[in-house]
Design a binder for this molecule. Sequence first.
Ligand code: TXA
Ligand code: MG
Length: 470
Amino acid sequence: MKTEILKVDPLNIALERSKLRYAADVIRGGGLVAFPTETVYGLGADALNPKAVEKIFKAKGRPADNPLISHIADISSLPLIAVEVPEKAAVIMRRFWPGPLTLVLKKAPGVPGIVTAGLDTAAVRMPSHPAALALIEESGTPLAAPSANTSGKPSPTSAEHVIADLSGKVDIIIDSGIPAIGIESTVVDVTSDPPVILRPGWVDIQMLAEYLPGIIYSGDRGRFCVSLQEEQGQDRGRFCVSKGTGEGGSSGHTEHHGGRCAGNGGGVGEDASSVRMGNDLSAISSSSSSNDEIKEKLIQSPKSPGMKYRHYAPEALFEIAGGRDEREIAGKIRELCRAYFAQGMNVGILSTVQTDSEYADLVRKFTKRANHRADQKTDNMGGLKSDHRTDHTAGHVPDNIETKIKTPAPGGVEVICLGDRKEAAGIAASLYYALREMDRRGADVILAEQIPEDGIGFAVMNRMMKAAVK
Ligand code: TXA
Ligand code: MG
């Protein structure tokens, strides 16, 4: 299939209507259109046409048991997707729509089973991106749309990402630049009492609790494990997630890849006391009194089906370093970097403004070898080339360095700065770009820093932990 790319200026939607009308015709004809939203790009089809929706699952390689979000442009379309909308849902719709909030409600009878994966609930959201709203309006039907990536990969935060994953598999990709938020919407199940945040996002628990006091967060069965290095006695505060079920798998068996599994309330590292998200069994309440009964109910009730899969993951291994403060975290990243480099691996480090300079010497030190190797085997090294290096290397590597190095070296180190640790929104906006970019540069392992879990920082850590599932 030939995929058409339509450039649409989000600031001039009135002038771009004809392009969106053209894309809407494709939707009405049962085709697939990838489109921007304020969170990430989505892959849209007519939510009321099961044949069209089936194509979404095929194009993404998405497991059939993972339901889709239906996107509407006007509140009058809500009854097409959901019925029996309780006041607690209406309240947060009024406050956060259009915007990055998805609600799980009782499904309307007209919604095909393939959209909801056979559940009697349906997820719905009204995005705020002008191109998304105009496309939905012109289509005259709600759009079922998951993120427009190959299943399991990081969600796309540019049209280039969508093209990389879905070119030749969809009819149209609308290119409207970079989404402002960069991670997926908050998903709230309002069919349960109390309402439950199934997936954290830009709309955080504090914002929601203002309108829905008592709302709780419950992650999926996260299975966090203290990782390998702990056994070697050098792992304070470092963690990663144990082996998950993988794309297409079902819930159940968990295999640990070393270290011990953190117990209830343990979680992400013994000295990371500020970290609230330890494991899935610790439902987090907006008030401090989350009671055991509620937790027990949550543990037994079905979660957002999509959250059980390995997700948001780069090709490279992904590890997160935790600690009491940024110095300790950077120290751990340095240790890990040296250890992986010594094993012959290319290492990608996701730094922050506060720690960026801590890695400069690693890049300098290992650049020579990387250049040498790139020089020898450029084609199959995935492209660790000097033009991809960060500014750390500027002025430190003599031009003729490749010719001077004789010993083959095991790998190189690259750094991408995600942003300011105190501004998690910036980190959210650059995370998926950075994961994909490190893959493109040929990293074998990506090392990321734990960040404070205030506001959207909580969602960022949730995505990082998902990406760390082996
Ligand atoms: O920001 C977003 O939400 C993006 C943009 C495109 O809108 N969409 C997105 O869709 O992230 P997707 O399919 O990648 O994630 C949808 C999540 C999955 O975790 C899925 O399991 C959950 O919503 N979900 C959908 N329907 C559900 C339901 N009836 N009950 C519980 N969870 C549901
Ligand atoms: Mg997705």
